[in-house]
Design a protein around this ligand. Structure first.
Ligand SMILES: [Ca+2]
Ligand SMILES: [Cu+2]
Length: 343
């Protein structure tokens, strides 16, 4: 699961054992609109309904626990149309002075092609996933290391944020992380059982009815083309993160739930959870050591990680941060949001 879902912070020689006890909040409480004025992301309202959760195609890895497919009944909620951007996160940091886990620990995990740091900043590697490099000075403002910046990338997803950082943003914004079930329902966008947010086929037609090539060569999300982890052909146009609206949204108006960056969800992860989860508003096991991540990232490739799908699951420890994981937020509808929701 660490292939591209992200390496755990403790894999690096330094910093791994200093994890402090922080509140093991369940994660799917909160919200209520307290500070929502500061949160400017367009909302999609999802009406309460039943949907089929899990992998209907047999695409998943058994150890990820995408089975059994089961009916889930959700109450109405609203969810961000896009992931939280660098500009959004900047507003939060300016308002609160929040220091991210990557900054507190002094390092974060950078994919090898994104590295922009002096050799002295490169830490001993995670041997099972050598393409993940622990880099001192890598954080949300320096996604490749000290020699990188987010200048001109205000509309890209914020990355190098831990689950705790995402949770802190939500508290400030009067919101919460989506539950795993909410995330999957929203990513499906009403297409029951489909593999991807847009249907079952990965690629769009390469040419439109007018004979002109379709944008991004028919790619509908930002993943990896070529051979991982060395040769990225960039057929979709993007090496690392893409702007949060770079590809078409799903039927409900959510952008890039699949590909681009993994998205933290509220729930603790357990591979056997679907076998006994409640039908109504499930929000994960009561305890665990890793939080759910959804949607895959710019590093996914079918040769080793088919997790750029609605049903795919991953997880990481809540203080870990990587250059390919971010988040979007959710809430119960508020009166203000209802007025402009989904429009
Ligand atoms: Ca790409
Ligand atoms: Cu992947």
């Amino acid at each position: 699961m660490e292939c591209c879902g992200g390496v755990r912070r403790e894999r690096y020689a330094e910093g791994g054992k200093e994890r402090e006890a922080r509140s093991a909040e369940h994660g799917c409480t909160g919200g209520g609109g307290g500070g929502a004025a500061a949160h400017r992301i367009a909302q999609v309202r999802v009406d309460g309904a039943v949907f089929r959760m899990g992998d209907s195609h047999g695409d998943g890895y058994p150890s990820d626990g995408e089975l059994p497919v089961h009916a889930v009944e959700l109450s109405q909620f609203e969810i961000d149309a896009t992931t939280v951007t660098n500009a959004d996160f900047d507003a939060f940091v300016r308002a609160t002075g929040h220091v991210t886990d990557a900054e507190r620990f002094g390092f974060s995990a950078v994919f090898q092609h994104a590295l922009a740091a002096d050799p002295a900043d490169v830490m001993s590697g995670a041997s099972r996933t050598p393409w993940w490099i622990g880099v001192r000075g890598a954080d949300w403002q320096h996604p490749g290391g000290r020699h990188s910046s987010i200048e001109g990338h205000g509309d890209h997803p914020v990355v190098h944020v831990s689950w705790f950082d995402a949770h802190a943003y939500c508290e400030w914004a009067g919101r919460r992380l989506p539950t795993e079930a909410e995330w999957e329902a929203a990513s499906r966008g009403g297409l029951e059982g489909a593999r991807y947010p847009w249907g079952d086929r990965l690629l769009a037609e390469p040419h439109g009815p007018d004979g002109e090539p379709t944008p991004s060569g028919g790619w509908r999300c930002n993943i990896w083309q070529g051979s991982f982890p060395y040769l990225n052909l960039l057929d979709d146009g993007w090496s690392t993160t893409a702007p949060v609206r770079a590809f078409e949204p799903n039927w409900w108006g959510l952008y890039q739930t699949v590909g681009n960056v993994w998205e933290w969800c509220a729930d603790w992860f357990a591979p056997d959870y679907y076998a006994h989860s409640p039908r109504r508003d499930p929000c994960g096991p009561t305890d665990g050591d890793a939080r759910v991540l959804r949607g895959g990232s710019y590093l996914c490739h079918e040769s080793y990680c088919r997790r750029y799908r609605n049903a795919a699951r991953s997880a990481n420890t809540p203080d870990s941060s990587t250059g390919n994981a971010g988040f979007r937020t959710a809430d119960r509808p508020t009166s203000a949001a209802r007025a402009g929701a989904g429009s």
